[in-house]
Design a protein around this ligand. Structure first.
Ligand SMILES: NC(=O)c1ccc[n+]([C@@H]2O[C@H](COP(=O)([O-])OP(=O)(O)OC[C@H]3O[C@@H](n4cnc5c(N)ncnc54)[C@H](OP(=O)(O)O)[C@@H]3O)[C@@H](O)[C@H]2O)c1
Length: 252
């Protein structure tokens, strides 16, 4: 199936590792041009070299999405580099911090950076009469999981925000959707760390999946690329759960 991504222009936050890097790679493979950001200069440079050497049209910049001026400036630069924008994937999360600082990070990095990015880019998509936004949420926002936490709370907030934004955006030809992954193995990320430091916890989480394993970043990237593509032209305001059947609720 041709997703219709050839020639599309995509902006992805957090594109050097994990799900974000897999999303960038998938969009590039499908023929899109991509601008991405992350905070670590050497990782941004390495990814730009890897993907440019592979013949793709890619732009990478060192940006912290928590810093509004630099972040909004980068979104303008990315749009200029690409020559427009068709797709936005706000992927960065502040992680699973707790306490006052955890709430602050979750609000500023997960929620506010997504809202700022959508508001900045949506105007340009509306002008062109089309576009797609795919927001990274989590199953942590869907079910009660342990103690109340900033991460779970802002992920639930992102799903509500994207659904309401999608209602408005659809009237201008722009589709907004959310994906909610379950536990996804990122070797140099959260679950890779758990596997090394608490192997029995990792194994018990794997066993709780009907398929007895965690998901892969490619499995999430495939869904994000589909939702971002013209092949998903009739999919708007949905929240796609990508967890191999890990969550138990019946979805209506
Ligand atoms: N992995 C999972 O099990 C899972 C499950 C459900 C949902 N999710 C969601 O999926 C998304 C990606 O998760 P992941 O596990 O792939 O994360 P990850 O492995 O920690 O990767 C995060 C990426 O974002 C960049 N980044 C982090 N903070 C940033 C900031 N303030 N500004 C700019 N870039 C930043 C990182 O590079 P630098 O550190 O160099 O900035 C890296 O490229 C998140 O929204 C997460 O909540 C993940």
């Amino acid at each position: 199936m041709d997703l219709g991504l050839k020639g599309k222009k995509a902006i992805v936050t957090g594109g050097t590792r994990g799900i974000g890097a897999a999303v960038v790679a998938k969009l590039l493979e499908e023929g899109a041009s991509v601008a991405f950001c992350a905070r670590r200069e050497e990782e941004v440079a390495a990814r730009v070299k890897e993907w440019t050497d592979a013949g793709y049209r890619v732009f990478g910049d060192v940006v912290d999405v928590r810093q509004p001026a630099g972040y909004l400036g980068w979104l303008d630069k990315a749009r200029n580099d690409l020559g427009g924008v068709d797709i936005f994937v706000p992927n960065v999360s502040g992680g699973a911090g707790q306490g006052e600082e955890g709430w602050q990070v979750a609000f500023e990095v997960d929620l506010l950076a997504t809202v700022r990015g959508c508001e900045s880019l949506l105007a340009h998509m509306v002008q062109g009469g089309s576009g797609a936004i795919v927001v990274l949420a989590s199953i942590a926002g869907l079910e009660a999981m342990g103690a109340p936490s900033p991460y779970n709370t802002v992920k639930a907030g992102l799903i509500a925000y994207a659904s309401q934004l999608g209602d408005l955006a659809a009237q201008h030809g722009v589709r907004v959707n959310t994906v909610s992954p379950g536990p996804i193995h990122v070797d140099n990320g959260f679950w890779g760390d758990v596997q090394r430091s608490q192997p029995e916890t990792y194994q018990s989480v794997a066993e709780r999946h009907p398929f007895k394993r965690l998901g892969t970043v490619e499995e999430v990237a495939n869904c994000v690329a589909f939702l971002a593509s013209p092949a998903a032209s009739w999919v708007a305001r949905t929240n796609m759960i990508i967890d191999g059947g890990f969550t138990r609720r019946i979805q209506f």
